[in-house]
Design a protein around this ligand. Structure first.
Ligand SMILES: Cc1cc2nc3c(=O)[nH]c(=O)nc-3n(C[C@H](O)[C@H](O)[C@H](O)COP(=O)(O)OP(=O)(O)OC[C@H]3O[C@@H](n4cnc5c(N)ncnc54)[C@H](O)[C@@H]3O)c2cc1C
Length: 383
C-alpha cells in the first residue's frame, strides 16, 4: 500500500515502526498460532512487549511511557494488524491504547502512580467493560449500577463480550450511579481489580475469529469497590469515555489497515506464483483490476487515517475524520479480504491458509467500539 511515512511521520515514528515490525515478524507471527490454541496471549508476551516499551507509547514518560502522539498509536495499530492475527492486535490495543488511556486521562495522581507503571510494563493487563446483554449500541440502556455506601460503591450487574476478561487483572467498568438521571448523565467509571469479592468472570466465549483475544462476561454481585477507585468525576462517566473516542476509532482503523496490507501482500504473492492458463493468475486482467481497485480504495482510507491522526497529534479535534474512519475502514477491510479469499480459490477456505484466518478476523472491527451504522449516524450529525 502507499507509503505515507515521509509525509506524516518523524524519525522517531519511523524507528518505532521498524522496531514493531521486527518484533511482530520474529516474536509474534511464529508464536501466535499457539496463542490462538490457548485462547489468549500469554502473560510473558505482554511482559515482553512491556520490556520493549510497546505498551506505554502514548503514556507520560514519568510512568515509564514514551509520550508518543496519535500518529504513534496509528503506527502501533497498523504494525500489530500486519501480524495477520486480528485477536492479537485487539487484545493488546484494548489493554494499551483503549482501557489504559482512560486511566491516564481521568485518573488522579494516586491512581496513575498506582496503576500505570504496571500497565506499561505489561505486568497488569486492562480490559474495558461497557457492553451489556441489553445492548451495546444504545449505551444509555446500561443497567449495571453502582450505589454509594460510605467510602465504597456497591456494583451490581453484568457486562458482556469483554475482551481480555481472562488475561486481564484490572477492569475499567462503566456503571450507572444516578438512577434518576436522564440521557447520558448519571454514569461513572470504576477501576475493579480481579479478585474483588462479588466480581466474577463467566465462561469463555467461543468466537468465530480473534482466537488469541479471550472474551467473557463480567458479573457484579454486591461487589464493593473503594470510592478511591472512582475514575474521574462522578456521574460524568459517559462524557469522560467519549473524550477518548477519537483515539479508539483511529486505533481500530489502523489495525484494519495493517490487516488489509497483510492480506494484499499474501494475495499478490499467491497470484504471482499460481500457474493458470498460459501464465499465472496474476496475468489475468480482471484479477489485476480487482487488486488495483482494492489497493486504491485502501490507500485513500489510509490517507484519511493518517490525516485524522495528524490533526489529533497537533491538538485539533478530529471527531468527524475519526468517526468516518471507524465507519469506512472496517467495512473496506471486510470487502477487500473477502475478495482476497475468493482469489485464493478453494485454498482460501482452508484452515491452513493465512487468508482464511484474516477473513474470520475481519468481522469484529465493524462492531466493537461502535457498529458501522452507529458511526454513520454520528457522521451524519456532524455534516
Ligand atoms: C470480538 C468483539 C470484542 C468486543 N470487545 C468488547 C470489549 O472489550 N468491551 C466492551 O464493552 N464491548 C466489547 N464488544 C461489544 C461491542 O462493542 C458490541 O457488540 C457493539 O457495540 C454492538 O452492540 P451489540 O452487540 O449489543 O449490538 P446491538 O446494539 O444490539 O446492535 C445490533 C446491530 O444493530 C445495528 N444497529 C445498532 N444501532 C443502529 C443504528 N443507530 N442505526 C442502524 N443500525 C443500528 C447494527 O448493525 C448493530 O450491529 C466486543 C464485541 C465483539 C464482537
Amino acid at each position: 500500500m502507499i507509503d505515507l511515512d515521509s509525509t506524516f511521520l518523524t524519525e522517531e515514528h519511523r524507528m518505532l515502526r521498524g522496531q514493531l515490525r521486527r518484533f511482530v515478524e520474529t516474536e509474534v507471527m511464529p508464536a501466535a498460532k499457539a496463542w490462538e490454541k490457548a485462547g489468549q496471549i500469554p502473560a510473558e508476551a505482554f511482559r515482553r512487549m512491556g520490556e520493549l516499551g510497546f505498551l506505554g507509547l502514548s503514556m507520560p514518560v514519568e510512568y515509564g511511557g514514551s509520550g508518543f502522539d496519535t500518529l504513534g498509536s496509528v503506527v502501533f495499530g497498523e504494525e500489530l494488524g500486519r501480524s495477520g492475527f486480528g485477536g492479537f492486535g485487539a487484545s493488546v490495543t484494548d489493554h494499551a491504547d483503549i482501557a489504559a488511556p482512560m486511566i491516564r486521562r481521568n485518573g488522579s495522581a494516586e491512581q496513575c502512580a498506582r496503576y500505570l507503571p504496571g500497565i506499561i510494563a505489561g505486568e497488569r493487563i486492562c480490559a474495558l467493560g461497557v457492553t451489556e446483554p441489553g445492548g451495546g449500541s444504545d449505551l444509555i440502556r446500561m443497567k449495571t449500577s453502582a450505589r454509594k455506601d460510605g467510602d465504597s460503591y456497591i456494583l451490581n450487574g453484568q457486562k458482556t463480550f469483554i475482551t481480555n476478561a481472562y488475561c486481564g487483572d484490572l477492569f475499567v467498568v462503566v456503571a450507572r450511579t444516578d438512577p434518576e438521571a436522564k440521557g447520558a448523565t448519571g454514569f461513572s467509571i470504576f477501576l475493579v481489580e480481579k479478585g474483588t469479592p462479588g466480581f466474577s468472570i463467566g465462561a469463555r466465549f467461543e468466537k468465530t475469529g480473534w482466537q488469541c483475544a479471550d472474551m467473557s462476561d463480567l458479573f457484579f454481585t454486591d461487589c464493593r469497590v473503594p470510592a478511591a477507585n472512582l475514575l474521574g468525576e462522578e456521574h460524568r462517566g459517559f462524557y469522560l469515555m467519549m473524550q477518548g473516542i477519537e483515539h479508539e476509532r483511529l486505533s481500530i482503523g489502523s489495525q484494519c489497515l495493517g490487516l488489509a496490507e497483510r492480506a494484499i501482500e499474501i494475495t499478490l504473492r499467491w497470484l504471482k506464483e499460481r500457474p493458470a492458463y498460459r501464465g499465472m493468475l496474476w496475468d489475468l486482467q480482471s484479477i489485476r483490476h480487482d487488486m488495483a481497485q482494492m489497493s486504491s480504495e485502501l490507500a485513500a482510507a489510509k490517507l484519511l487515517v493518517y490525516h485524522a491522526a495528524a490533526k489529533k497529534s497537533r491538538g485539533e479535534s478530529a471527531r468527524m475524520e475519526a468517526t468516518m474512519v471507524k465507519a469506512l475502514v472496517p467495512e473496506l477491510l471486510k470487502r477487500a479480504v473477502d475478495k482476497c479469499v475468493q482469489l485464493h480459490g478453494g485454498m482460501g477456505y482452508m484452515r491452513e491458509a493465512e487468508i482464511e484466518r484474516i477473513w474470520r478476523d475481519t468481522r469484529p472491527h465493524s462492531l466493537g467500539g461502535g457498529a458501522s451504522a452507529v458511526m454513520l449516524d454520528e457522521v451524519a450529525k456532524l455534516l
